[in-house]
Write a protein that binds this ligand. Sequence first.
Ligand code: SAH
Length: 253
Amino acid sequence: MEDLELLIELHRPHDRQGPGGIAETNKAIQLAGLDQSSNLNIADIGCGTGASALQLASTLNAHVTAIDFLPEFIDTLKQRANDLGIADQIKPMVGPMEDLPFKEGEFDVIWSEGAIYNMGFEKGVKEWQRFLKPSGLLVVSEITWLTDKRPEALDTFWNSQYPEIGTASEKMAILEKANYSPLGYFTLPEHCWLENYYEPLQKSFADFLASHADDKNAGALVQAEKEEIALYQRYKAYYSYGVYIAKNLEESA
Ligand code: SAH
């Protein structure tokens, strides 16, 4: 099978496709000062199978436009929304984050967990800004260095994977330069990576490999996932996702 098909099959059955957690999404909701009173219109970009989109819709009684470029993930999200009885609050869309089909100033909040790196943090926060209302909020998680210094091998690895990886102060400077005001920041704790994301994934490796017994690509995918997990285990003192909450200061788009 093709790599992308395999990746979809491996990740689709899980609650989330990246590190995160219900308590942490709630913490970001609180830091952003969001509540049920204002009929919020939210976009969740790179929503996967819907971890945050579904939580935002039910916790905030909000209307959530949930977009991802993988139709399979969006199908699963639709199913989950139906099962939860909140399908009327979710607008599922398939599309690329680099070319969003939104209107200027459409949203009170733009939310994105573990996804903006696909187009790059700086480009993402700049290009998505026009879809926010004046004073609208951006809540985005982004891979972040936790310390000023780190082992060279780790630095080299991440710079080859995602050269934009930076410290929180560097990310906040990008937000400020793009005319956002940072309101809050915290890092995802270890359980968001291990219990919530890597462990469920690890548990599914055996069945996944068994159903693709002679497929070299499937073996290579699982091997790559295992290496990612080992890297995290070894170097988790040095990187995590930072969650950034910022207010849009642009007057109009
Ligand atoms: N927010 C979800 C998924 C995070 S994984 C969660 O926290 O569980 C990153 C997601 O971004 C995946 O669902 C992937 O399909 C999506 N994605 C990757 N590149 C994309 C792009 N260019 N446009 C839209 N979605 C993209």
